[in-house]
Design a protein around this ligand. Structure first.
Ligand code: UT7
Length: 333
């Protein structure tokens, strides 16, 4: 039986480091508030002269492909998770395909925000298991900083979000050893769509984009932070237990949990709920902020480089975000 394994992981973060002190100089906030409420010390912002969502994705993808030990030309499909595409249309998948010189292969875009990478992974998993493709590039990449409102009004959102890219190669294997993506679990509740969203521009408005929209707040991310937080800490542990139950596994079987890097306090609460030790949960939000769809693959890549994921380990990834959407996956390395 064909299984889908994660054969390579890579990431790219822009060089420009923005510290909490940098934000103090443009809005009424403080290093102490940001650290206490979110755990973030610094984050990366893109360089408009150099970085695009697609080319950051390409850098992450090349690293993942190299680690997988295959040639770029062996990639036969792309699934790209982003809510900050370079263009309104076409999607970022085709731009990545062009960056990598992979003419002709299919390229699919996923718009499930913070859960986007796991949604994307689930699609790759199914295509590989059914024998349709053998090497699928799954990418999460975002540039959030170009739309952040860098003033007092936008501060609760602006101090969190940031830019980056991560990628994995999902590969077919006929190896009988228990390895690969054991399962993926996806959920959504659209009743909460407007609790974390960007309203404008929107196609259902008489004029898609107006000066009023630009002057207003609708083009900025709106987040009901407290509500998102409350739902997140319930859904995270729910969807992690769902994945464990589906595979007849226990919390103690998890070698490493990588939660979507939304807020360090959320990760710590989930860790406590599950009774996991510090070594069993990987966080890097301190350095990178919340990079939405990119946060999990960036963290997977760093955890791998730091040898916190080793061959034979059971990794659990889980996410919650805009939609609301939430998701999890168990991956045996
Ligand atoms: O990745 C997608 C999913 N997103 C999440 O999971 C994020 C979930 N939510 C959160 O992480 C938190 O709700 C935030 C970090 C966004 C906000 O933290 P909070 O502890 O929920 O703060 P709050 O919004 O309740 O605000 C508390 C106080 C308010 O002042 P008053 O009314 O108590 O005087 C805010 O005005 O903190 C104030 N505040 C700030 N102060 C300094 C809000 N933002 C800031 C800021 N700097 N940046």
């Amino acid at each position: 039986m064909t299984k889908a394994k994660v054969a390579g992981i890579g990431h790219y973060v822009p060089e420009r480091v923005i510290t909490n002190q940098d934000l103090e100089s443009v809005m009424d906030t403080s290093d102490a508030w940001i650290k206490e409420r979110t755990g973030i010390s610094e984050r990366r912002y893109f360089n408009p002269e150099k970085d695009t969502v697609a080319n950051m994705a390409a850098r992450a993808a090349r690293a993942a492909i190299e680690q997988a030990g295959i040639g770029i030309e062996e990639i036969d499909f792309i699934v790209f998770a982003t809510i900050t595409p370079d263009y309104f249309f076409p999607g970022s998948g085709v731009l990545l395909q062009r960056e990598l010189g992979l003419d002709g292969i299919g390229a699919l875009d996923i718009r499930n925000a913070c859960s986007g990478f796991i949604y994307a992974l689930s699609i790759a998993e199914q295509y590989v298991k059914t024998g349709t493709y053998r090497n699928i590039l799954v990418v999460g990449a975002e540039i959030q900083s170009s739309a952040l409102e860098m003033n007092d009004r936008g501060r609760s959102v602006s101090v969190i979000f940031a830019d980056g890219a991560g990628a994995v190669v999902v590969q077919a294997t006929e190896d009988s050893a228990p390895q690969g993506i054991l399962s993926t679990h996806l959920h959504a509740d659209g009743r909460f769509a407007e609790e974390l969203y960007v309203k404008d521009p929107g196609s259902s408005r008489k004029n898609r984009l107006t000066k009023e929209m630009i002057d207003g707040t609708g083009i900025r991310a709106y987040m009901n932070g407290n509500l998102v937080f409350k739902h997140a800490i319930v859904r995270f542990q729910e969807v992690i237990h769902e994945a464990l139950n589906a595979n007849s596994l226990k919390v103690s079987d998890i070698d490493l949990l990588i939660p979507h890097q939304a807020n360090l306090r959320i990760s710590q609460m989930v860790q406590k709920q599950l009774g996991l030790g510090n070594e069993q949960v990987f966080n890097n939000i301190m350095k990178y902020g919340n990079t939405t769809g990119a946060s999990i693959p960036i963290a997977m890549s760093e955890a791998w480089l730091e040898k916190k994921i080793k061959p034979g380990d059971l990794l659990c990834i889980a996410a919650f975000g805009s939609g609301f959407t939430w998701a999890s996956s168990l991956i045996k390395f």
